[in-house]
Design a protein around this ligand. Structure first.
Ligand SMILES: [Zn+2]
Length: 241
């Protein structure tokens, strides 16, 4: 069988990944990006998967596993929730995750996070969660979370690898490099804990104004760009002593 475009591209743009073993020695925080119904639950809205999607359901499973483990250890968790005012569209996307609707809520398997003492939930009405964490007075909820918990590593997962996850990671890296995020040292993306949506070219061609967005390819490109900005990429995450 001829290699697929994705296989060829992965050879041309390799992303070296590591196995991450987390222990209590280095203060680590978990950041989950937009694991909400509007992006993850089949049929939930304009930007939700239309049919069961392995990459997305795998990302949800890993998000739940990590969140459970972090909370059991009383390690800090920060969850972004995409949430928009009904009158303020987010170009170029169709209406999605309108505040107060089910779309803007965590997926059913993660709803327990709302009642966890070690979890901080942050609604955001823009793609980049770092910018979405800025308050009217200029303070930044994410930055305060890093400082208050003295976090040295963040492990990032969620959706979409090449959009909200990528933009947040890039901003966090720039802020770290400017010294705003001390004592944060490492920004690590968990590849299996991330996913993106699928709009293959053969379907995009049948839709008006649609831009193709092949899932596996765009997921890989998201990881590649993040790595190029200075993120680490983990292919598996386990917990050690
Ligand atoms: Zn949005």
């Amino acid at each position: 069988m001829a290699p697929s475009t994705v296989d060829l591209l992965k050879e041309e743009l390799p992303v070296v990944q590591e196995s991450l073993v987390l222990s209590g020695d280095v203060k680590t925080g978990l950041v989950l990006v937009d694991v909400v119904n509007g992006f993850c639950t089949v049929g939930a809205g304009n930007l939700a998967p239309r049919q069961p999607d392995k990459q997305i359901s795998g990302m949800v499973d890993e998000s739940v596993r990590l969140a459970r483990e972090f909370c059991d250890k009383n390690w800090p968790v920060f969850a972004f929730l995409d949430s928009h005012h009904p009158d303020i569209p987010e170009h170029p996307y169709p209406p999605h995750c309108i505040a107060g609707t089910d779309e803007a809520k965590l997926v059913p398997a993660l709803q327990w996070l709302e009642n966890e003492a070690s979890a901080t939930l942050r609604c955001k009405d823009c793609i980049d969660g770092f910018v979405g964490s800025i308050e009217k007075d200029g303070s930044n909820v994410f930055l305060d979370w890093v400082k208050n918990n003295q976090i040295k590593k963040i492990l990032v997962g969620g959706i979409c690898t090449d959009i909200c996850v990528l933009d947040f990671v890039c901003s966090a890296l720039s802020a770290r490099n400017r010294g705003f995020l001390a004592p944060l040292e490492d920004v690590i993306i968990y590849s299996q804990g991330c996913a993106t949506f699928d709009l293959p070219i053969h379907i995009a061609r049948t839709l008006k104004d649609a831009v193709a967005h092949p899932q596996e390819l765009m997921h890989h490109i998201g990881l590649y760009i993040a790595k190029g900005r200075g993120a680490k990429v983990a292919s598996e995450v386990t917990f050690g002593e």
